[in-house]
Ligand binder design. Structure first.
Ligand SMILES: Nc1ncnc2c1ncn2[C@@H]1O[C@H](COP(=O)(O)OP(=O)(O)OP(=O)(O)O)[C@@H](O)[C@H]1O
Ligand SMILES: [Mg+2]
Length: 234
């Protein structure tokens, strides 16, 4: 493995509906801002390609995790920022994958089950509770939380933006993200500062100093227009 590898895998684990896919998409969009090559491996989107025909026993879930881990490993060693969104319920298997990938950031997305049942954006909790889905992780099958994840997000109290910030902080601490990249991504402001409307909106106040302020505000409009022209949106 190259010593200047810039790849890493952020592995989002947690029960269904905790917010793993939401976080993966949020992080991916910001990494794109700094020109990173990014791949999202979302277990709900790539099953047809990677494990068609595989069922839902414990052994089969382990197989799915290992395939995700293997693809994550291939991409990570080729400088890709990989975001895995997978319930991936088994602690020992995640630990194996951590060793295999090396540059691995485990993110535990946690939320009380009652809240997940209320969210139930996919309707799968309702079907699990009515017995329609017999082996449902967190309801009738155990979910094994990580012992020492790099990041824990409580999505009942933390927004996607707040969770995202914690993940970027971990990436920064591990030096998988540079401080220059972090500045562009938003430095804790969620990228809002980059859009620049704050400066542009500071219109000259009528009366004292308004004449002096005008050139500055014109400059701000030019900056804003050039940013718009370059296609950057917040
Ligand atoms: N931090 C959050 N706070 C509140 N609601 C959230 C948060 N993150 C996600 N949600 C909402 O919870 C629902 C589930 O989110 P998401 O699809 O990202 O979960 P998931 O963990 O990927 O679930 P699955 O494992 O079933 O794919 C969505 O309606 C989403 O808008
Ligand atoms: Mg998902």
């Amino acid at each position: 493995m190259s010593h200047n590898n810039t790849g890493f895998t952020v592995w989002l684990t947690g029960m269904s509906c905790t917010g793993k896919s939401s976080l993966a998409n949020y992080i991916a969009a910001r990494l794109h801002q700094v020109g990173r090559n990014v791949e999202i491996l979302d277990e709900n989107a790539i099953g047809e390609e990677l494990w068609a025909g595989i069922g839902d026993t414990k052994d089969e879930r382990v197989t799915v995790m290992r395939r995700l881990g293997f693809v994550g490993h291939l991409l990570t060693r080729n400088n890709i920022a990989v975001l895995v969104a997978s319930i991936s319920p088994y602690k020992a298997v995640r630990e194996d994958i951590r060793r295999q990938i090396g540059r691995f950031v485990e993110v535990y997305v946690d939320c009380p089950t009652e809240q997940l049942i209320q969210r139930d954006s996919s309707g799968r909790y309702r079907r699990a509770l009515s017995g329609e889905i017999p082996n449902f992780i967190g309801i009738t099958e155990p979910y094994e939380p990580p012992g020492a994840p790099e990041v824990t997000i409580h999505s009942n109290g933390e927004s996607v933006e707040e969770g995202g910030r914690k993940i970027f902080q971990a990436l920064l601490d591990l030096r998988y993200l540079t401080t220059d990249e972090w500045k562009v991504i938003g430095g804790g402001e969620g990228g809002r500062r980059k859009a620049g409307p704050k400066t542009a909106k500071r219109r000259p106040v009528p009366g004292k100093g308004s004449r002096k302020a005008r050139p500055a505000s014109r400059a701000a409009r030019v900056v804003k227009a050039s940013k718009k022209a370059s296609g950057r949106r917040s």
